[in-house]
Write a new protein. Sequence first.
Length: 221
Amino acid sequence: MSISVSIVEDDLQIRQLLTDWIRKSTDMTFGKAYPDAESALESLPRNSSDVVLMDINLPVLSGIECVRQLKLLLPATNFVMLTVYMDAEMIFQALAAGATGYMLKRASRDELLAAIREVHAGGSPMSSSIARLVVEAMRVKPAKDAEMDQLTDRELDVLRLLARGMLYKEISADLSISFNTVHTLIRRIYDKLHVHTRRQAVERFQQLGRPSSDSNKLSYL
């Protein structure tokens, strides 16, 4: 059975190259190519494919967020991130969003087509260097858990609201605590996470994984 494949890639040259590779494959059918996440979100739910090759660094909405939204609408579709990034946290974010594979753009035609076949068959293809990076990153994940586990439930509540972009006074009103209490809790969060700014705290929160509402424990994937 032919594997239907679509592409979300903003670089025209790469998009055309990938399209050509898929069209010339004897066991694949080319679906559509999209230059951005917005057009993919509008069209793919009506024109779903078995496999979608997804760039991460898209113009407006990121490929990771695009996958997160599409996976809810297309649970049977397999998403393979195709990118130049060799960043462990970005890999974890993509997998958590619903991606099933992660390939570097420097992959050869044969490697990429093999990855499409593998993911369609139920596997989780990764470039060898990506797989090595994931293994090494997983070794340090448990140590990071302890850092977030130091936060109290109230501090976690504040951090979640910070991550939503809320102001101190908005956090104060939402949690029914004083402005001074919010300020004190945020200073404690900074100390425990070893950061100095709001942005750094939010980034650390996103990197370590968002705790579930009923537990302080983290779930990465």
